[in-house]
Design a protein around this ligand. Structure first.
Ligand code: FAD
Ligand code: N01
Length: 543
């Protein structure tokens, strides 16, 4: 109790210079805090929310769950933790994942170092003092030598900017900022804008409750049945008995997922019968491992077409109304946008209380008092749900007005797209690190695998600085340029580069189109990061 009081005193004392301030208490921030505390550093975490969990704190919309299997979408750093925690579903629900995040916070006694309800709104480097100065939206000030941004890649919501939103008299909600009290859809007419992963999960659940649901689709998305189910004891025990082996496999897997069995053949090197059988097998197994069936689905148009056409035919088989089925059948390459995993998504369009509208043939003009006005109609709704995604990868960082050395401003520097060395560090911003930042595998992987790798790398780097008596570490401009070009070059060789996805920032009007995550896979990336560290932080200037 005494030490708890001491810590909260520290948190409220603006004269303390922390060794490290971490912004964000999602899975990244919590693990960073835990690792840095173990080394005895004085650490403070600043978090906007009232609790831990990040993504799983904010995204409470109906149907929200993970699409990397829970046995793998979890921390691997503590053998005790992974042995004692029991996942109940193959793909766990948001409440279950949030419960896990809270368990971790309690088990490792993290809360006392986290200042909740503190939104960081300004971050400035004081070159003379070699300190970061952070200010909150409530004008509180915090100082530290190192600053770690654990602010998330999918945490800054794409705010709805539809004309007339203020005129609308009904209730409206954003999937990524869902009210804690939940939303009662029963007997209500509901409109939902968007058909990405969030909408694909929410639509079947809302449809079951609402009087009528109208879906406004701009781009049809590919979705594979999740085939979610309760986990049985023997299977959980089976994984637990060889957990460390599975985690090692995950670290050497391209996507950070041990269960993902990637095919090594070209889709074009096998007969059509073999190929269809393999697609059917993966479809029945469920989950986003579908596109890993063949080695070239992500790189060859022809190979990709075989997988895309298989899914399109499934949609045509499932959806009874031919016109609706054709609207739902995506025309872009499969896997270009993030593949979705669903429970009864396409089946939901067979319900009498669900209507699909194509925003391209009848564009949304804005909101009016009763609901949504399109070019041709006014649709009245009691509730509108915006499932329109996030200002991904850069949004959270750029919302903090980060100023580095010589007054350089991150927003200005990134106006032509994000530049970083390894997605970990930026030239001009010494002693600052980003967890799963742009330029790292991040959103193209099991985020837990990537978060743990980044946290451990940053921990080791800060320890190296401490032990060597160094005061500043900063990415060199040449290293940053080299890495940013690498990220671009690797992405150009993939089909991911070819559509209007949030990976390229296309969902945010005015955002520079540039492929943000590193598409080369986890193993070469990890190897590169390790080599940089082993060579005395090659590409960094240390003073
Ligand atoms: P976040 O969880 O986003 O946490 C960032 C934290 O920083 C938040 O709590 C936020 O409030 C805080 N923050 C941000 N800015 C500020 C500021 N200025 N001041 C103070 N605090 C701030 N990934 C997978 O690998 N598998 C999945 O199955 C999966 N499912 C997902 C489902 C949904 C609905 C979404 C949206 C994402 C999903 N992801 C998934 C990606 C998910 O974001 C990551 O897996 C992971 O949770 C990210 O953790 P994080 O700590 O890096 O970021
Ligand atoms: O967001 P999205 P999301 N008018 O950007 C449409 C993770 N995640 O929240 O495609 C009309 O994918 C937009 O249309 P278009 C996962 O990484 C995981 O669903 O741009 N429509 C699109 O249909 C995921 O990829 C899970 O043409 C507009 C939709 O809104 C990421 O988070 C679950 C519009 C936005 O889709 C983001 O997913 C949830 C407009 N003005 C999220 N603006 C799992 O299952 C946007 N749209 C693990």
């Amino acid at each position: 109790m005494t030490s708890l009081k001491l810590e909260s005193d520290l948190i409220n004392n603006s004269t303390v210079v922390y060794d490290v301030i971490v912004v964000g208490a999602g899975f990244a921030g919590m693990y960073m805090l835990h690792e840095l505390r173990k080394t005895g550093l004085n650490v403070l975490v600043l978090e906007e929310a009232t609790g831990v969990g990040g993504t799983w704190y904010w995204n409470r919309y109906p149907g929200a769950r993970c699409d990397v299997e829970s046995m793998e979408y979890s921390y691997s750093f503590s053998e005790e933790l992974q042995q004692e925690w029991n996942w109940r579903h193959r793909f766990s629900t948001q409440p279950e994942i949030l419960e896990y995040a809270n368990h971790v916070a309690d088990r490792f006694d993290l809360r006392r170092y986290i200042k909740f309800q503190t939104r960081v709104s300004s971050v400035r480097y004081d070159q003379n003092k070699q300190q970061w100065l952070l200010k909150s939206s409530m004008k509180e000030e915090f100082q530290s030598r190192f600053c770690v941004m654990a602010t998330g890649t999918l945490s800054s919501v794409n705010e709805p900017k539809f004309n007339g939103i203020k005129d609308y008299q009904g209730d409206w909600y954003i999937t990524g900022r869902w009210p804690h009290s939940g939303v009662d859809f029963s007997g209500k007419t509901v409109g939902i804008i968007g058909t990405g992963s969030s909408a694909v999960q929410a639509i079947p659940v809302i449809a079951k409750e609402a009087k009528h649901l109208t879906v406004f689709q701009r781009t049809a998305n590919y979705s594979i049945p999740a085939k979610n189910r309760s986990l049985i004891n023997s299977e959980v025990e089976g994984v637990k008995s060889r957990y460390s082996e599975i985690r090692t496999e995950a670290r050497s897997n391209r996507a950070g997922i041990a269960f993902l069995k990637a095919g090594i053949d070209s889709a074009l090197s096998v007969s059509e019968t073999t190929r269809t059988q393999e697609y059917q097998r993966r479809w029945d197994e469920g989950g986003t491992g579908f596109t890993a069936a063949y080695s070239d689905i992500g790189t060859s148009d022809k190979a990709n077409f075989t997988a895309a056409e298989f899914v399109r035919n499934k949609i045509r088989e499932t959806v009874q109304n031919t016109e609706t089925a054709e609207l739902l059948a995506p025309t872009n390459t499969i896997g270009c946008k993030r593949l979705c995993a669903d429970t009864d998504y396409y089946e939901t369009y067979n319900r009498a209380n669900v209507t699909l509208l194509d925003v391209n043939s009848d564009p949304i003009q804005g909101l009016v008092e009763e609901g949504i006005q399109t070019e041709k109609n006014i649709y009245a709704f009691d509730i509108i749900v915006f499932a329109i995604g996030f200002d991904a990868m850069t949004g959270a960082l750029l919302s903090m007005n980060i100023t580095g050395k010589d007054g350089c401003n991150l927003k200005e520097i990134w106006s032509e797209g994000p530049k970083s060395y390894l997605g970990l560090s930026m030239f001009g911003f010494p002693n600052m690190f980003t967890i799963t930042g742009p330029g790292s595998p991040s959103v193209l992987s099991n985020m837990m695998t990537s978060i743990e790798q980044h946290v451990e790398w940053i921990r080791d780097c800060i320890n190296y600085m401490e032990l060597g008596g160094h005061s500043e570490i900063e990415a060199e401009l040449a290293a940053e340029e080299y890495w940013t070009n690498q990220v671009e070059e690797i992405a150009r060789n993939t089909l991911r580069y070819t559509c209007n996805s949030w990976y390229v920032g296309a969902n945010i009007p005015g955002k520079k189109r540039i492929f943000m995550p590193y598409a080369g896979g986890i193993p070469p990336y990890r190897e590169y990061c390790d080599e940089v560290a082993q060579n005395g932080y090659d590409g960094f200037k240390i003073s």
